[in-house]
Design a protein. Sequence first.
Length: 170
Amino acid sequence: MYEVYSPPITTRYSQVWWAPLDPVDFPKELIQKYENRSMAIVGWEIDQVVRGNTSENDISVPINANYNHHYVGTLIGGDAEYKKIKLSGPNDPRVEMLRNMGHGRIAFEQPQYVVEKGTSTTHILFSSANGGEYRKTYHGFAPSYVLKLDSPKQMQITPMQIDTWNRDEM
């Protein structure tokens, strides 16, 4: 099992965060173990935390403080690379590709990440939209089904989070 942290998200009460986060590297030991090899992903768990000095010191954000509406993520390996782009508007030729990669809606005013190069085994897209109960819940595949990622390197996630913690009242 490996742990990967996204970049931090900071919100205020009633704010919706729906923006791509910068890609992050997988842990070095994972990258080294699967260099020039395939990694079989059989499942994953997610939590929202306030980071501690170590993962044992992380504090889970209370479920009533932040609601996960959905997220879209990509994992890359091999020769695949992320490229940060800014769309020129609704007629940009890359719009349809991005619509097919995620939720379907695109915020044209913010940068987006696209994956360049790669193959079906060096670029994996996944999405989940199951609300707050997703935290610390194993998301797995039926026996004999896996997500295969060759020479894993990085992940990028675009969460839609709603800050539901009224700090003045709670």
